[in-house]
Design a binder for this molecule. Structure first.
Ligand SMILES: [Zn+2]
Length: 170
């Protein structure tokens, strides 16, 4: 299983604090508790989106969506990272309705789904078959800009660079 090191802005490292690391979610009950304790509010779709990482023990850790992945992971390496959306169904069950690998801090590949799946299968939470949206990241070898690839366009989006990006995943 591929481990991902933090590759984002090093200024974020100063925010790492064991007290702010992600909440370990083992069950739907844990999601309910997290929502209550953190005063999270469901949006008009009856959904709440959070930041998540999968730690190297295959645990799902979540934080408020405005917090950084590096803080959620307490500065450590991860097996995956992204955004996770919980939906409250009419029967009051909470499920995972959306999940992505959107983390410019860790740039996990879509193949990191395998680790997400292992982690979620340890819980009683219903989840999608794969990332509902996924991104391909490339770090420019010349200027180190973190690029999100769109439409198979492998050129650095830093206007001052425009270097060709590697076709293969990092
Ligand atoms: Zn570049």
């Amino acid at each position: 299983m591929k481990k991902y090191k933090f590759v984002g802005n090093s200024e974020l490292l100063q925010f790492i604090d064991p007290k702010l690391m992600g909440h370990h979610i083992k069950s739907t009950k844990d999601i309910e508790n997290w929502i209550k304790i953190n005063h999270q509010k469901f949006d008009f779709n009856v959904e709440i989106t959070a930041t998540f990482v999968i730690d190297l023990d295959f645990n799902l850790l979540i934080n408020d969506r405005h917090s950084e992945h590096i803080v959620c992971a307490n500065g450590k390496e991860v097996f995956s990272a992204g955004e996770i959306t919980f939906k409250l169904l009419k029967n009051k069950t909470i499920i995972i309705s959306k999940i992505t690998n959107q983390s410019t801090g860790y740039c996990p590949s879509s193949a990191s789904w395998d680790a997400v799946k292992i982690s979620l299968e340890k819980t009683d939470i219903l989840f999608p078959e794969f990332f509902t949206t996924f991104f391909e990241f490339r770090i420019c070898e010349k200027c180190h800009w973190i690029n999100v690839i769109k439409d198979e366009y492998f050129v650095c989006l830093n206007d001052n660079c425009q270097n060709e990006l590697p076709k293969n995943e990092i």
